[in-house]
Design a protein around this ligand. Structure first.
Ligand SMILES: [Zn+2]
Length: 290
């Protein structure tokens, strides 16, 4: 599996970057679906069969802004054996981008595998990794974690203590709410369910669109079967409504669609004929330069 790829959407440069590329079985993602239905959709024999699974971020550059969407596992990732594990910062530097050049870090949500590189340890202290960045997180997401409602989450303490509170402490967090332009080329699309403040983002430039769905879908087949209820979400019913919203928006805008957990360059367009949704992969013209 690829660890990095660069391409353009309109005038915006996009780098899809992995913090760990692995394979894992996905039964919990299709909880209420008969095994034979979802396994045949994924092209595997048994629910225990592993499929390619990426822990990915997107670095976006346009209109004089350099923006990082999600920050992987960080120093303490659980997939140390995975290809490219804990390599997000190296991958950013490999593009010729300095960590201090990043103007904004934007989160789809605050789960463990999306916030890890927010901080690095320096002199025994957790400090912001991207010193000139502002962090943009939805208000609903901040309230869920800050208010303690997210507490049953196994990494709750780690997330607040090590990777979120230090950013707040440095006065770096700016919240947003609803659908709005959070960067000149990026619109927030609320897609709650996986977490209450989970947000997808629509990148738009020069008439082209790329919809970044976060964890509203962990596999393209979950957009095709948007009503398949997963077990991994805080509110699985709400996620199915959010996936429907993603499908409608992608079709309306003729947008390309991908997610941080899709293998790099698994990017497609959605269509719907007679209630059957289809994900058709698009061939991406890669660029040498970022
Ligand atoms: Zn995730």
């Amino acid at each position: 599996m690829r660890l990095s790829a660069t391409f353009k959407v309109g005038n915006v440069s996009v780098a899809a970057l992995s913090d760990a590329a692995t394979e894992m079985p996905l039964p919990g993602f299709f909880d209420e679906v008969p095994d034979e239905e979802w396994t045949s959709a994924l092209g595997i024999d048994t629910p225990g069969t592993s499929v390619p699974f990426n822990f990915g971020s997107f670095l976006l550059r346009g209109s004089g802004r350099t923006v990082l969407l999600d920050t992987g596992f960080g120093e303490q990732g659980p997939y140390a054996e995975a290809k490219g594990a804990a390599g997000l910062l190296d991958r950013i530097r490999d593009l010729g981008v300095g960590l201090d050049e990043i103007d904004a870090v934007i989160h789809t949500h605050l789960h463990f595998d999306h916030v890890g590189w927010n901080t690095v340890t320096e002199g025994g202290e957790r400090v912001p990794t991207f010193r000139n960045a502002v962090w943009r997180v939805s208000e609903e997401e901040i309230n869920w974690w800050d208010g303690g409602a997210a507490q049953p989450h196994p990494n709750y303490e780690h997330i607040l203590r090590d990777v979120f509170d230090p950013i707040v402490g440095h006065g770096k967090v700016e919240s947003f709410s609803g659908e709005r332009l959070v960067e000149p080329f990026l619109t927030s699309i609320p897609t709650p369910g996986h977490t209450p403040g989970h947000t997808s983002f629509l990148l738009s430039s020069a008439g082209e669109h790329l919809l970044l769905v976060g964890d509203a879908a962990h596999h393209p087949e979950h957009l095709v079967h948007h009503d398949w209820v997963p077990a991994v979400d805080n509110d699985p019913r709400e996620t199915t409504r959010s996936r429907r919203r993603i499908v409608d928006l992608a079709i309306e805008k003729d947008a390309m669609v991908t997610g941080g957990h899709f293998p790099i360059l698994t990017i497609g367009k959605l269509s719907e004929i007679d209630n059957a949704i289809k994900f058709t992969e698009v061939e991406i013209k890669e660029t040498e330069e970022f």
